[in-house]
Design a protein around this ligand. Structure first.
Ligand SMILES: CC(C)(COP(=O)(O)OP(=O)(O)OC[C@H]1O[C@@H](n2cnc3c(N)ncnc32)[C@H](O)[C@@H]1OP(=O)(O)O)[C@@H](O)C(=O)NCCC(=O)NCCS
Length: 326
């Protein structure tokens, strides 16, 4: 059976680090509140001159190096992002230009924190059906350019960064062995950016009301996140024909340590087998999973034969689960 195999990973985090104490100097918050409620201690912040595609380029170069393949051997680029360089062209198009990659299909996926896993699932389908043989999938965000820096309910939660993987067709028993995904648009207004699209185009009023930034009903989102992250994890394990005992490492989307703890309790995955980096990078939406995947590789936490579980939840609402055998 043909399936997609991950042959290289990479990630990039902007140089500037902002701690909880740095936030406490700008809004009415504290290190103690942020750590207790979210598990976040610090996050990376992009500079004024960095665009999301710049972060993708850095992560992608690492992934291509790790895979030991040439950029012009790719036949598709997919970028998960909700904070792309421009409304259009897509960030994937800018990446293609900046990396000097020959004309191949390239596009973005707007599935918020599930953007990377949606990209992985699509790439797997394209590889299975022969549409493409070697695909670059990235998740990348500059969330700090779309948050309201005066809203303590949201500003402390997010950070910037990018992660990327190179996927290739394989006929072995490694690679993506199960996938599941879902979405419920009825709950979209619990977490969204109201303005900037056709519903509320940019105007002086929309800017003054800060409608171009993240709006979230945090405690409502929390309940759905726990349920869907856990469902996606359990379903991906079931579809892989294995049990939670067979999972060597679980890489959850990193939105809140309490969401991760509740999810692993219900999915019966021990904390020792769960990759956690939210303390260092906060929530980077579509980038959290590919960044953690690359970090786990470079820390030797993934070995040949390991089953690695990935699951996500984000605005939309969207959710997804994937099991990859290395
Ligand atoms: C956002 C989140 C951390 C808030 O934690 P919470 O325990 O639900 O807290 P609440 O929203 O109920 O707020 C509790 C109080 O803390 C206050 N508060 C909010 N942010 C604060 C901050 N940064 N510092 C200090 N106090 C803060 C609120 O104003 C509220 O005060 P009040 O009771 O006087 O009104 C949590 O709901 C969460 O993580 N939600 C999911 C986020 C998520 O997953 N988003 C992305 C999906 S990918």
């Amino acid at each position: 059976m043909i399936r997609a195999k991950i042959i290289g990973t990479g990630h990039f985090l902007p140089a500037r680090v902002m701690t909880n104490d740095d936030w406490a100097k700008r809004v009415d918050t504290s290190d103690e509140w942020i750590v207790t409620r979210t598990g976040i201690r610090e996050r990376h912040i992009a500079s004024d001159s960095e665009a999301t595609s710049d972060l993708v380029c850095e992560a992608s170069k690492q992934a291509l190096d790790a895979a030991q393949v040439d950029k012009n051997s790719l036949d598709l680029i997919i970028v998960g992002t909700i904070s792309g360089d421009t409304a259009y062209p897509s960030t994937a198009n800018w990446v293609q230009k900046k990396m000097g990659i020959k004309p191949i299909p390239s596009f973005d996926i707007g599935a918020a924190c599930s953007g990377f896993l949606y990209g992985l699932i699509l790439a797997n389908s394209f590889i299975k059906t022969g549409v493409a043989k070697r695909i670059l999938v990235a998740g990348a965000e500059i969330m700090t350019k779309i948050i309201n820096w005066e809203d303590r309910n949201t500003c402390v939660l997010f950070g910037d960064g990018a992660g990327a993987v190179v996927l290739e067709a394989t006929e072995g028993d490694t690679g993506i062995i199960s996938t599941c995904w879902g979405a419920d648009g009825n709950l979209g207004e619990l977490l969204y950016q109201p303005a900037g699209g056709s519903a509320i185009p940019a105007s002086i009023e929309s800017v003054q009301k800060r409608l171009h930034t993240v709006h979230m009903k945090g405690n409502e989102v929390f309940k759905h996140a726990v349920l869907r992250m856990q469902e996606a994890a359990v379903e991906a394990i079931r579809l892989a024909g294995i049990t939670s005992d067979d999972i060597s490492l679980y890489i959850p989307h990193q939105a809140n340590i309490r969401i991760i703890e509740a999810t692993i309790k219900r999915a019966k995955i021990p904390i020792e087998k769960t990759y956690i980096n939210i303390d260092k990078i906060a929530n980077i939406s579509s980038a959290t999973i590919p960044i953690a995947l690359d970090q786990a590789f470079r820390e030797n936490r993934i070995k040949p034969g390991d089953n690695v579980l990935l699951s996500s939840f984000g605005a939309g609402f969207t959710w997804a689960g994937v099991v990859v055998r290395f």
